[in-house]
Write a protein that binds this ligand. Structure first.
Ligand SMILES: Cc1cc2nc3c(=O)[nH]c(=O)nc-3n(C[C@H](O)[C@H](O)[C@H](O)COP(=O)(O)OP(=O)(O)OC[C@H]3O[C@@H](n4cnc5c(N)ncnc54)[C@H](O)[C@@H]3O)c2cc1C
Length: 308
């Protein structure tokens, strides 16, 4: 069987998905879907209504040899200025965002990948389920948190995950648990498919005490983040037993700038961008900081932000 050819995306907005009866856009600007607000367009973009539609899209993209990416909250992605040459999906439909607690006593909670992480944390705390409250100030979705094993002082999401539902390139869906799941330092082995949701196991606790703990955590964590703008991103992972922020500051990188991108003056592990900044500015700044840290301190920093 010959593969259908991929037409160039253009103003006519004909796409190789048109016959599926699913609304797929061409040339969607991705900057509006990311915190940094830089980068180019997706060749094709879709917010599928349910799993079935997603499976059909993914199968077609696979047949065409088009790369597929999910954009979650866009808080950890650097989109190139040239854009993304494949299909980008956003799991924003209600069917991807459900949070369910069937039996509080069991500590089990299920969440769709498209749900905001803060909604999952808050739902758990309100139900008196402990273990996620340290993540209250981490931006983004459950899917993004699972793939990058989001964490904060006191724990990572992976510590609590018992099963993850993943869609593969042929549209089939499987549940992974036990030894098939691996979580490390801001890393997981979930980078080979589309994460649809997860089951977590939490501890049953008093909701009032838990709420107070979450509120305290929120204040502490927010104080460690730049405020007043969304045009920021966390740059590097903390090396084992050390803080990337203090290493960057020690290497004299505070305030370093390339074009419209600069290292935050107070929170040195964040980049902030100004209107007109490009993705290349951010990329060049990341390299500049890495090089200076290596040369001055002999430390190799690993990027946190994902470059597509
Ligand atoms: C102000 C600020 C504070 C932050 N604080 C923290 C912190 O304390 N701890 C921490 O760990 N991180 C932190 N981060 C980084 C970021 O918020 C996390 O990495 C977050 O989990 C990313 O989630 P997201 O939904 O925004 O993912 P996105 O940025 O949308 O995507 C990140 C990657 O995951 C992939 N992805 C997303 N969803 C799926 C899915 N369903 N299936 C397959 N792949 C998927 C994307 O393709 C992409 O490659 C911070 C970022 C900012 C801007």
């Amino acid at each position: 069987m010959t593969s259908p050819s991929v037409p160039a995306a253009g103003p006519a907005t004909a796409t190789p998905f048109d016959d599926l009866g699913i609304a797929v856009g061409a040339g969607e600007p991705l900057a509006v879907h990311t915190w940094l607000g830089v980068g180019g367009a997706a060749r094709y973009f879709c917010e599928p209504v349910d799993r079935e539609a997603l499976a059909r899209l993914v199968r077609r993209a696979t047949e065409l040899g088009l790369p597929v990416r999910v954009i979650g909250g866009g808080s950890n992605v650097l989109v190139p200025d040239a854009g993304f040459p494949g299909l980008v999906v956003r799991l924003s439909a209600p069917g991807f965002c459900a949070i369910t607690i069937d039996d509080r006593g069991s500590g089990r909670i299920e969440a769709g990948a498209g749900a905001k992480l803060v909604h999952l944390v808050t739902a758990a705390v309100q139900a008196g389920l402990a273990g996620l409250e340290t993540l209250v100030a981490v931006p983004g979705t459950v899917g993004g948190a699972l793939v990058g094993n989001a964490g904060a002082r006191g724990g990572d999401i992976g510590d609590r995950v018992r099963a993850v539902t993943v869609m593969q390139a042929d549209g089939s869906v499987e549940e992974r648990e036990g030894a098939r799941l691996a979580f490390g330092s801001r890393w997981s082995n979930l980078d080979d498919g589309i994460v649809l949701g997860c089951r977590l196991e939490l501890d049953v606790e008093d909701p009032d005490q838990l709420t107070k703990r979450m509120q305290k955590q929120w204040i502490v964590e927010r104080a460690g983040q730049p405020s007043g703008t969304r045009s920021v991103a966390l740059l590097f992972k903390d090396p084992l037993g050390a803080s990337a922020e203090s290493i960057i500051a020690q290497a004299g990188c505070r305030g370093m700038r390339v074009g419209g991108a600069s290292i935050h003056g107070t929170h040195a592990n964040y980049v902030t961008v100004q209107a007109g900044a490009s993705s290349d500015d951010v990329r060049a700044l990341v390299e500049m900081v890495r090089t200076q840290v290596r040369q001055r301190l002999g430390v190799e920093l690993a990027p946190q932000i994902e470059s597509w």
